[in-house]
Design a protein around this ligand. Structure first.
Ligand code: HAM
Length: 440
């Protein structure tokens, strides 16, 4: 049996799991300020949800989907992204009367890509989809929302916002014709992949990484010249409002995005700190998607961010430590040691009481006393509570500061049955503040 994860898929361990959860939590807090509600959709959809919407010629549909036939004979695909599934859910759940809607999501996505740093076959996206928003001002709000998330994570200084318009589908159809004619005239100089794209999706040649392709692209017609006055006004509106909001952006006419459902505004927040996988957050407007899937005409805009890329960038900048500190409650970790069989239950009682005050507490049952102490230390405990037979009889709990070695005895009060949860809580309540501030 091969005990290894599937290529391109990773296990996430502590403390990365803390960072992972923290990113989800703070993003949720930020998007909530904009009125987003969380949505959870299945990680699998019928294959056509993606194949019909992302574009037959897109890399994702063409070669990156994890698809299989289930036992009932349906073709199923592990979701490569979140937008199409949310659009499907919006239609199939009959939410069309509830517009406008703002959704937040967080979860695993799957793409059969060539794995490298920042690019995985299972990765996680967090994202926002705003359905039923027509105005160009919504594009701006959507971008501001993305920016606020990056700001909350401390990453704003490390990313730049790139933006482009893809115009309306009719604008793009005219542009495509002209672009195809131009590239046709240079066909023999194009890279192999671009020669294929010339037939399937000539727009994608614009973002080719090939040097020679890039030279050819320099002289290619630009979409800006093919925009209708309405499309141009729409994008001018976005730019003006962003500028008035004090947001710096760079127009990039080569930003075409790899998915077919976009129209008008597209944008990416990119960093130079992650090599070739620099896009940490990306999205745009998709006015035709829902109608194309059989729903009513519903204009929409959204974005998604790769959580693993955010984590890499946070580590690269050292901000992960800052965030983790902020996330930690700042309370010391505790451990409880029962010295013998007779005091097992009393140890459990002490742990229960300490946890009820919010302290992370490990109860240690195995080994002799010195082994138990070592274990407590390894588990990161700063204080150890010790109970043994003589403590049980006398109603005492010993507390040891593992760092200083200082030890104290706490006396349970009251007559009759000393060892009740209430009794133990009462005596621990007295030292709670000293523990929290590491006072002894
Ligand atoms: P996307 O550009 O394909 O857009 O992915 C969005 C983000 O997911 C990327 O910027 C990147 O951070 C992350 N990402 C993509 N592929 C990988 C991978 N293989 N490994 C690690 N991270 C990855 C979409 O998915 C659209 N659904 C975004 C959207 C939402 N547009 C409108 N609404």
């Amino acid at each position: 049996m091969k005990t290894q994860a599937v290529r391109g898929m990773q296990d996430i361990f502590y403390p990365d799991t803390d960072l992972f959860r923290f990113i989800n939590q703070v993003t949720f807090e930020v998007v909530s300020l904009y009125g987003c509600r969380e949505i959870v959709t299945p990680i699998m959809e019928l294959t056509e949800v993606f194949s019909r919407t992302l574009g037959e010629s897109s890399d994702i549909v063409h070669k990156e989907m994890y698809s299989f036939t289930d036992r009932g004979g349906d073709s199923i695909t592990l979701r490569p992204e979140g937008t199409a599934g949310i659009a499907r859910s919006f239609i199939s759940e009959g939410l069309t009367q509830d517009l406008p809607l703002k959704f937040y999501y967080f979860g695993p996505m799957f793409r059969y890509e060539r794995p490298q740093k920042g690019r995985y076959r299972q990765f996680h996206q967090l994202g926002v989809e705003m359905l039923g928003f027509d105005s160009f001002a919504s594009d701006v709000e959507c971008i501001l929302l993305a920016r606020d998330v990056l700001k909350r994570l401390g990453l704003l200084a490390d990313v730049r916002l790139e933006m482009n318009t893809l115009g309306a589908p009719e604008d793009r159809a005219k542009y495509r014709e002209s672009l195809q004619a131009y590239f046709m005239s240079r066909k023999n100089d194009l890279s192999e992949i671009s020669q294929i794209r010339l037939e399937t999706n000539p727009l994608r040649i614009l973002d080719s990484k090939d040097k020679k392709d890039q030279e050819i692209v320099q002289e290619a017609p630009v979409l800006g010249d093919f925009l209708s006055p309405e499309s141009r006004d729409f994008f001018t509106g976005v730019q003006n409002l962003l500028a008035r909001s004090g947001v710096e952006f760079h127009l990039n006419s080569r930003l075409v995005r790899g998915l077919d459902y976009y129209s008008h505004t597209v944008f990416e927040f990119v960093t130079d700190r992650l090599g070739s996988q620099g896009a940490v957050l990306a999205g745009g407007r998709y006015d035709a998607l829902i109608e194309q899937m059989g729903g009513p005409k519903t204009r929409a805009v959204g974005w998604a961010s790769g959580v693993e890329r955010l984590m890499l960038l946070l580590k690269e900048t050292g901000l992960d430590q800052v965030l983790l500190k902020e996330f930690a409650k700042g309370l010391p970790n505790l451990a409880v040691i029962s010295l013998d069989e007779q005091s097992l239950w009393h140890g459990c009682l002490v742990s229960e009481a300490l946890r009820s005050f919010g302290f992370q507490t490990d109860t240690i049952f195995q080994g002799n006393f010195s082994k138990k102490l070592k274990k407590a230390d390894r588990l990161g405990a700063q204080y150890v509570f010790i109970v043994g037979q003589s403590e049980v009889e006398k109603g005492l709990i010993a507390v040891k500061n593992l760092k200083s070695g200082l030890q104290k005895s706490l006396q349970l009060k009251g007559g009759g049955d000393l060892w009740s949860l209430a009794g133990v809580r009462a005596v621990l309540a007295e030292v709670q503040r000293d523990l929290a501030s590491a006072q002894f």
